[in-house]
Design a protein around this ligand. Structure first.
Ligand SMILES: [Zn+2]
Length: 420
């Protein structure tokens, strides 16, 4: 008895020790906990926006892969990306040829069709030719009819995953976040019948391999809007060789969201849109609601049965991983932020007032530096305590900035959002 208790103690201590390490988190000695850039981006995620995307996708009546409206669905997604401020030349529709042979229920197909992936690229400022991919399929299927014109709303499967892509794009554009490493947000066609033929994600990976594209990560959201009961939980894949990013996803969920991440059993094979990425040795993390949707692949997979607030929270995990994986230069701890420093208006259209109370740094005057999240200095000066200083920042682009007040003993930081 004693021996087994001791053994249990050892196991718990050991796993606790491992859990506290988060090796990626110690890179460059930066504490990522409560990282300011992650917090600012995640705070922008909005459940009303998420709801509007899911509703619009459901309102298309069907997103079945061979339905005649499939190009129109892809074009709607493309236009949506552009409406957030993504440059049109960076939002491409990529055609892939898909042959599907299916003989199941009342579904009988032997077809070859063009399918469409919608790819939004946010170029990295340093590693332009390296990519983090966030993907989700937009097609749906209702079994067992096989009628491509039948109502196939697919609110949870997988308008919710597409909503994650759209909301990530909106937030990234709104905050004017420029990653070091390029990000691609990809809405895939033709996932549902991939076991009977080709898929949009298979075509995407084939193109990537042909072009020797350097992809470091694929984050997949497929069904992230169903939740039953008071607990918010999400299943996180646990593919061999992907532990670095799997740990990162767990850490982001635990640190920045209200959702408890539940790790799948370790697996050497990936499913859904992760399949071909994983087979090409690209690390993948697949997020799926823990409470499986009872209306899966039915005419009742409706937004009325989705929990939009849960979906918005789930989206934060992918967005947070995109930033954490990018290892931003400015990664100081949110605890250093000092909300007592008055910066107003904030968000500001370009002119801003700053006032620093004497009690904050205990010295007078202090030096201040305004920088972007890449650490580059934009403006600096000296400020007397309790002096109100009006700064004209009309020349800097919309985005997220930091003001550091640098004393001999202490540095205080506050955030500034410029938005016109
Ligand atoms: Zn799906």
């Amino acid at each position: 008895m004693k021996r087994s208790l001791f053994f249990l103690f050892c196991v718990l201590s050991f796993t606790g020790f491992l859990g506290a390490q988060h090796p990626w988190n110690l890179k460059n000695g930066l504490a990522m906990k409560n990282d300011s850039v992650i917090n600012v981006l995640l705070a922008e995620v909005n459940a009303d926006s998420v709801e509007s995307y899911i509703q619009s996708l459901q309102d298309m009546q069907t997103r079945f892969m061979i339905s005649p409206n499939r190009l129109a669905v892809a074009q709607w997604i493309r236009e949506k990306f552009i409406s957030f401020g993504m440059e049109p030349e960076y939002v491409q529709i990529d055609s892939v040829i898909c042959t599907t042979n299916i003989n199941l229920w009342n579904l009988h197909y032997d077809t070859t069709t063009w399918q469409y992936n919608v790819i939004t690229t946010i170029p990295g400022i340093e590693n332009t030719n390296t990519y983090y991919v966030m993907g989700a399929h937009y097609d749906d299927v209702v079994a067992p009819s096989g009628n491509p014109m039948e109502f196939a709303p697919g609110a949870d499967d997988n308008a919710s995953g597409v909503a994650a892509l759209l909301e990530a794009a909106r937030v990234i554009a709104d905050i004017n976040y420029h990653p070091k490493t390029s990000i691609e947000l990809v809405a895939f066609g033709a996932e549902e019948l991939m076991n009977y033929g080709n898929s949009g994600s298979e075509g995407y990976v084939a193109h990537a391999i042909a072009n020797e594209k350097d992809i470091h990560l694929m984050l997949n959201n497929d069904m992230i809007a169903n939740n039953n009961g008071p607990l918010w939980r999400i299943d996180v894949s646990n593919y061999y060789g992907c532990e670095w990013y799997t740990n990162m996803a767990q850490y982001i969920a635990l640190t920045y969201t209200e959702i408890e991440p539940l790790l799948d059993n370790p697996s050497a094979s990936a499913t859904g849109d992760c399949k071909y990425f994983y087979e090409a040795d690209i690390p993948c993390v697949y997020f799926m609601e823990h409470d499986f949707n009872p209306y899966y692949h039915s005419v009742n997979d409706l937004i009325d049965h989705c929990e939009v607030d849960y979906c918005a929270e789930a989206i934060k995990i992918s967005l947070g991983v995109l930033v954490a994986a990018d290892d931003p230069i400015v990664g100081w701890d949110e605890d250093e932020l000092n909300e007592d420093i008055s910066v107003y208006p904030n968000p500001s259209p370009g002119s801003v007032n700053i006032v620093m109370d004497a009690s904050i740094n205990g010295e007078n005057p202090v030096h201040f530096v305004i920088s972007g999240y890449d650490g580059k200095e934009i403006k600096s000066g000296t400020l007397d305590c309790n002096e109100k200083r009006a700064l004209d920042l009309g020349h800097i682009p919309d985005g997220l900035y930091f003001i550091r007040f640098i004393g001999k003993e202490k540095i205080s930081v506050t955030r500034l959002v410029i938005r016109r």
